[in-house]
Structure formats: C-alpha cells, structure tokens
Design a protein around this ligand. Structure first.
Ligand SMILES: *[C@@H]1O[C@H](CO)[C@@H](O)[C@H](O)[C@H]1NC(C)=O
Ligand SMILES: *[C@@H]1O[C@H](CO)[C@@H](O)[C@H](O)[C@H]1NC(C)=O
Ligand SMILES: *[C@@H]1O[C@H](CO)[C@@H](O)[C@H](O)[C@H]1NC(C)=O
Length: 360
C-alpha cells in the first residue's frame, strides 16, 4: 500500500549522520561490517518494542526493514543483531496494530510480511514464522485470486490489479515451494501467475515492468515505472528458478535489471522513479525510499545468482546513490529543505540495503 500523507507525522529535521556510505571504495570487510552494524543499531534506536515496529515508518515499510535486518544478520551471523527483533515484532506488531496474523486489506502489504517471515524462518528455523507466511499465502489464494484481468487483486475491495501484488505473489509462492512439503502446489501457483504477468504483458518494450493493468480501460497496461516493480520480480524469478528450473527465468530477470540500470539511473548515477510527478503525487516521496531499497536488495540477489558484477551497486552505475545523493534521488520533493524525519528513517534502511548489496 502506498502511504497517504495523512498518516505521516509532522516533519522534523534529522541530520543524516552515521549512515554507511556505500561509495564503492574498497573499505575492507571489517570496516563494512562495522558500518552496517552501527547503522543497524541506529535503526534500532527507532524501534518501538511495545509495537514491534519502527517509529513513523509505515506498515509495509516495516516489513521491509525486517528484511534489511535479516540481510544484515546473514551478512554478519555473529553480530546477533536481530535475535530479539523477530519474536518481539511477531508478538507485538499483529496485536498492537489491529492486523491479526499480519493481515490487512492490501494483499501487497500482506505479502511483504510473508517475505519478512520467510527470512525469519531461514534465520531461526522456527516453524511459526514459516506458518505465518504460509497462512498469508493461503489467504491470498482463497480471497485474492481470479482478478478481472487475470492474476491477483491488489486489495480486498478488488479495486486494482497491480504488478507489485502479482510479483509478490509469485515470490512468496516460489519461496514456499522451496521450504514446504507441498512443493508442486506452490510451483503451480507461481508459474500460473508468472504466465499472466508475462502475457498481460507487464514487461514493456523498453524492458521495464509497468505498474499494472486498468480494469476500466479493458485491461490495458498503464501507470508509472517504479523501481520496486523492477526489483520484486527479480527475486521472484531467482526463487522460482530454484524451485522449478527454466532456462528463460534468469535471462528474463537480467533483461529487466539491464533496462532498469540503463533507464532509471541518470548520468550522475542517481536512481529515479519514472513517469511520476512528485508535485501531483507527493506520497511517492515517502514510499520512494522503500521502493529503491527493494530494488537494490533484489538487484544484489541477482548479482549473486548470475555472478555478475554488473548488478552490484558498487559498480559505477549506482554507487553515487548514497548520503545526500540518495536524499535527492529518492525524495526530490524534499531535496531543497530539511529531510523529512519519516523519509530519513526509511532512507536509513535503504542505505543499509546499499551497503549490504556491496560485496561484504
Ligand atoms: C477462482 O476460481 C476458481 C475456479 O472457478 C474457484 O475454485 C476459486 O474459488 C476462485 N477463487 C476466488 C478467490 O474467487
Ligand atoms: C519456461 O518458461 C517459459 C516462460 O514462462 C514458458 O513459456 C515455458 O513453457 C517454460 N518451459 C518449461 C519447460 O516449462
Ligand atoms: C507536475 O505537475 C504539475 C501540476 O500539474 C505541473 O505544474 C508540473 O510541471 C509537473 N512537473 C513535471 C516535472 O512534470
């Protein structure tokens, strides 16, 4: 769900100090681990253990912050930075926020949480996290499929059919296929939705994934080109390729990543959302940071999967998206004034993605 301005707190100045700068210089493993550890502690300074969430970050953004922390834990297994976060968030976030079982009206939000719990399961081996992800997927299948134009719905009132909800559905299905007994069932769902995704066709002639299909316009593809739409499908294809190998999946992912790098990164190496106007759609200024973090996380996975330096953010294409540069790139509406506190918090998690995607 994209945030509306009404749920945001009043702006406050927040100086962006202490953020790891993924500037691409060779800082060495120890220094990199020190930086991500420091940044994680700073992130946790905004953690509200009573709510299990990060102050002022939105519901879906928090699920992504959990994924960042999981990546950090994976990168630094002995740091034990996330030990308490999983159980505290699992206990508190669903009760304190009225979203029992991490379910709300937006299927994409639910799927972000499913992905977060899948990471928690991988790290802890605790079956309750796998079960949470599995229940969220069951709910998606039983209430959110059969959208008018095919694929899955974006929300329970069945208003929109978006690329993001569909890519997340494929990703969760493929991850469950690789972790649950009933592999065939999950693979079938993932393949069915991927087929729809390809035929819609959400991949446009410029090689980028567009935002969705319009029910009122005869299922025509439309909307902006957002970085997270380029990102989630990469992770989905990687995971599906592990569950049910197909020679077309990784080349498909690379085609999208190549297009995103060539079209969405400007000559200064700044990553931009495309086809949106931050004057008419200011809320993107608050979701934009998370969008880019999602893209970078999945691009990093692709770099590892196909063993290509081309997709590493430490390569020249995207390395300048850090520090003040990232502020301008991801929050153009705030680039001339103080950084909005909400942005800076989500921004910090995005910066963590950047650091983690560089080789540790
Ligand atoms: C989708 O259609 C199938 C086949 O008609 C049906 O079994 C299933 O219950 C439907 N699911 C939803 C969410 O409407
Ligand atoms: C591989 O994936 C492509 C694209 O989704 C599909 O058309 C093709 O049938 C798949 N091949 C196999 C052997 O399943
Ligand atoms: C954004 O929309 C506003 C209002 O319609 C318009 O004045 C402005 O020129 C647009 N900006 C860009 C970059 O298209």
């Amino acid at each position: 769900m994209r945030l509306s301005l009404s749920v945001l707190a009043v702006a406050a100045v927040c100086v962006l100090h202490g953020i790891p700068r993924a500037t691409g210089e060779d800082i060495g493993t120890a220094e990199r681990v020190a930086r991500v550890t420091r940044a994680a502690y700073l992130m946790q300074g905004w953690y509200d253990p009573n709510k299990g969430l990060w102050l002022t970050a939105g519901w879906w953004n928090c699920a992504n912050i959990l994924q960042v922390l999981a990546d950090l834990q994976e990168a630094c297994p002995n740091c034990h930075l996330t030990d308490k976060v999983w159980s505290t968030t699992w206990d508190k976030a669903q009760t304190g926020n009225g979203f029992k079982d991490f379910k709300n009206s937006y299927y994409d939000d639910n799927a972000w949480w499913a992905l977060a719990w899948l990471k928690a399961y991988d790290l802890t081996n605790n079956p309750r996290y796998l079960n949470s992800a599995s229940l969220l997927f069951d709910d998606f299948v039983t209430t959110g499929t059969n959208a008018t134009c095919g694929g899955v719905w974006w929300n329970r009132p069945r208003e929109h059919n978006t690329a993001i909800a569909n890519a997340l559905f494929i990703s969760v299905a493929a991850q469950l296929a690789n972790r649950k007994d009933n592999k065939k069932y999950y693979v079938e769902w993932a393949k069915k939705n991927l087929e729809w995704f390809q035929n819609a066709p959400l991949l446009r002639p410029n090689g980028l994934v567009q935002d969705g299909v319009s029910i009122s316009k005869g299922c025509a593809v439309g909307g902006g080109f957002y970085t997270y739409n380029q990102g989630v499908i990469l992770g989905a294809l990687i995971e599906l390729n592990r569950a049910a190998p197909n020679d077309t999946y990784l080349p498909y992912a690379q085609k999208i990543a190549d297009a995103a790098i060539s079209i969405m990164v400007d000559k200064n190496g700044i990553l931009h959302e495309q086809g949106d106007n931050t004057t008419t759609n200011p809320s993107l200024g608050y979701d934009g940071p998370s969008f880019k973090g999602v893209f970078i996380r999945n691009l990093g996975r692709l770099a590892k999967e196909v063993k290509s330096e081309k997709y590493r953010v430490s390569s020249t294409t995207t390395r300048r998206v850090s520090g003040n540069q990232v502020t301008k790139a991801i929050a153009p509406s705030a680039s001339t004034g103080p950084v909005h506190e909400t942005i800076s918090r989500v921004l910090r998690s995005t910066n963590l993605e950047w650091t983690l995607s560089s080789p540790l």
